[in-house]
Design a protein around this ligand. Sequence first.
Ligand code: UDP
Length: 318
Amino acid sequence: MKLLVTGGAGYVGSVCAARLVEAGHEVVVVDDLSTGHADAVPDGCKFVEADIAEAAGDLLAEPFDGVLHFAAKSLVGESMQEPRKYWQGNVLTTLRLLDAMHEHGTPRLVFSSTAATYGEPEEVPITEDAPTRPTNTYGATKLAIDHAITSYATAHGLAATSLRYFNVAGAHGAFGERHAVETHLIPIVLQVALGQREQVQIFGDDWPTEDGTCVRDYIHVTDLADAHLLALQHAKAGEHRIYNLGNGTGFSVKQVIDTCREVTGHPIPAHVAPRRAGDPATLVASSRRAREELEWRPQRADLSVIVRDAWEFTRGRA
Ligand code: UDP
């Protein structure tokens, strides 16, 4: 297939673009490099540096079989302080993209949605039928886009899939996480192991979980990328399907730090800090629907494999 990958210079987008090229697809990456890196665009992709909202119409005038839409603003804290950046950057940009797809008859869309669309869960593991009550602006913008996609699929015959990511981590060879502002647990812990930070803060140890620290469902970025390829194959015209992507197993912050200690051999000093605003105690996915309907089989569910790949990537760049 000939595919347009928005945000293909970012973390998940670059890994997915690499997997698409490996699978023999023709890939064009569009990215404005606001948070991505030009050298993260995989070999074999054509790269267009442009604002997606402005460029989508011209790019899609050439026929494409589908769009994988990764480009987004994705910092939860920032989304609460600068909502405009998220409503404009995420929602408006995607509406422009949807209009360009409709105008040019682009048949398929795979969208990066998020567990943040659910907010504080009533039950875990979280299924796709759980109530969607986002607790932050980032999650609200992603949910708004999911609703827009449903409307476009129903009205205009788009074959659409939203993939709701839980905690993405790890690396795919030379493609990994390189955020200018790092807020995610595993990369922060690995920065301590590399000597780039003194210690890691544990945001609260009085949560209602087994060891008192927050529990999350970590998923390897390569497994995540593979779900996108399956979504492209399984999509049906006029349908918008939504799938959660996680391993169905939760690990606490303390367990993650312990695994990082084992993998890196570094003592990784940690201290308990106050809770971070907006954090739910436990987020674990039910990915039964993705396993059943997409026949998705994550191959790298082991947390030590996820951390090992992230560590090799991080060390390689230091
Ligand atoms: N966390 C932490 N210290 C950090 C960064 C994160 O204790 O320096 C915790 C955070 O409170 C959450 C978990 O680690 O419970 C995962 O956070 P992350 O930001 O990686 O992902 P999120 O679950 O927020 O998407």
